[in-house]
Design a protein around this ligand. Structure first.
Ligand code: IMP
Ligand code: MG
Length: 182
């Protein structure tokens, strides 16, 4: 066997589609009379945000941020850097932050503190996936796609050392038996 690779499929393409439709419907109802700004967190949330906003029944605007928390390993360092900030101010806007996954919650709590200081009219979170660390931390996450066990997953935007983002489903990362390249 070679290096780390995708193993068991945890969330199929069909299940992703179905659940994202439900989330989009709920968000459309909640933001019916509001001017919605969807903020995507690069790069992991790109696939999710693209599928989510295309199923919304209300208009919205998009902006993106890029933060770095992990480097290329699989444990949170607690260090969050803003690599790309929003293009526009968010004061007075209804902001929905779209994340791929919340693990320790360190990245998100940093991001939320940072965005809250810019005085949006409202600030909510929609995360496709959460892990137990986040639930222990009790972070307010209004919309959640799937609650996972404490496993490292790849696919549908989620990477391991920048690999496997392109997979159309979410799979458990199997550790390889040989040292990894690059
Ligand atoms: P947190 O700060 O521990 O909540 O980490 C959040 C970030 O870590 C996510 O935005 C992902 O980039 C990355 N991450 C956490 N768990 C996983 C995983 O299972 N697969 C891929 N990336 C993950
Ligand atoms: Mg990420």
């Amino acid at each position: 066997m070679t290096g780390a690779h995708p193993g068991e499929v945890l969330v199929s393409r069909e299940r992703l589609d179905e659940r994202i439709g439900e989330l989009a419907h709920q968000i459309s109802q909640d933001y019916r009379d509001r001017d919605l700004l969807v903020v995507g967190v690069l790069k992991g949330a790109v696939f999710f945000i693209a599928d989510l906003v295309r199923q919304l029944e209300i208009p919205c605007e998009l902006d993106f941020m890029a933060v770095s928390s992990y480097g290329s390993t699989t444990h949170s360092s607690g260090v969050v850097r803003i690599l790309k900030d929003l293009d526009s101010p968010i004061a007075g806007r209804h902001v929905l932050v779209v994340e791929d996954i919340i693990d320790s919650g360190l990245t998100l709590s940093y991001l939320l503190r940072n965005l809250a200081s810019r005085e949006p009219a409202s600030l909510e979170v929609c995360s496709l996936l959460t892990k137990p660390g986040h639930r222990r931390r009790g972070l307010e996450t209004r919309y959640v796609g799937f609650d996972l066990d404490d496993v490292f997953v790849v696919g549908y935007g989620l990477d391991h050392a920048e690999r496997f983002r392109h997979l159309p489903y979410i799979a458990v990362l199997e550790r390889g038996t040989e040292p990894e390249q690059g």
